[in-house]
Ligand binder design. Structure first.
Ligand SMILES: N[C@@H](CCC(=O)N[C@@H](CS)C(=O)NCC(=O)O)C(=O)O
Length: 211
């Protein structure tokens, strides 16, 4: 298996966590999105979505982090990150989508670049934009976890897709110096995961392209 990844990409980080929890070995292929390596014709040919991550598993070539994790869950035995129970599965997806659909897209690199390069937004205003959508988005996740969450992970004693999404998003928020003090439940999950070997193995600083 090959994972095309960038160390600081939160969507790549989601998949790295899933692979580590499942104990699946893979070859790491660095893609420097800061240098637009994901916009070359060669890379777009590999991944029509023109972003990272991209997984190659034999004949299967797949983009979109949530689709990749769903594939890994279905294709490989062992730990399941998306529960089978319909209600719990929906809860896990609810938090995962709150992060991956509501927070991540508006703060993605190409959006921030467009704000600055095309709309002439200052760095200060761009950082304000970032912090605003983190605050809005994590407040929603906090409310969801308060209402439905339990245990050291988002949902109980075992990690799920929701934790694979939460940890990278919080790590990015902290890297961007956003105030996360209003989200105690989110932060308790983050701190718990931070102590787990699979999450440590997947962390940006543990990747070969970390710089
Ligand atoms: N929905 C996609 C988003 C993938 C994505 O946009 N990845 C970011 C890195 S976290 C990227 O490649 N950004 C490049 C850009 O914005 O130009 C997923 O979950 O995989």
């Amino acid at each position: 298996m090959k994972l095309h990844s960038f160390f600081n990409s939160s969507t790549s980080y989601r998949v790295r966590i899933a692979l580590a929890i499942k104990g699946l070995p893979y070859e790491y292929v660095p893609v420097d999105i800061r240098k637009l390596a994901h916009r070359t014709p060669e890379f777009i040919d590999l991944n029509p979505s023109a972003n990272v991550p991209l997984l190659e598993d034999g004949e299967v070539r797949l983009g979109q982090s949530l689709a990749i994790i769903d594939y890994l869950d279905a294709a490989y035995p062992g730990v399941k990150l998306i529960p089978a129970d319909p209600a719990l599965r929906a809860r896990v997806l609810e938090v995962s989508y709150a992060i991956s659909c509501d927070i991540h897209p508006v703060n993605n690199l190409r959006i921030l670049r467009y704000l600055v390069n095309d709309l002439g937004v200052s760095d200060e205003a761009k950082n304000g934009w970032y912090a605003h959508w983190i605050a809005e988005g994590l407040a929603a996740v906090e409310r969801l976890l308060e209402r439905h969450g339990s245990g050291p992970y988002c949902f109980g004693e075992a990690p799920s897709l929701a934790d694979c999404c939460l940890v990278p998003q919080v790590a990015n928020a902290m890297r961007m110096k956003c105030d996360v003090s209003a989200f105690p439940r989110v932060m308790a999950v983050y701190r718990h995961c931070e102590g787990q070997p699979a999450f440590q193995k997947a962390a940006p600083s543990a990747q070969p392209d970390y710089a």
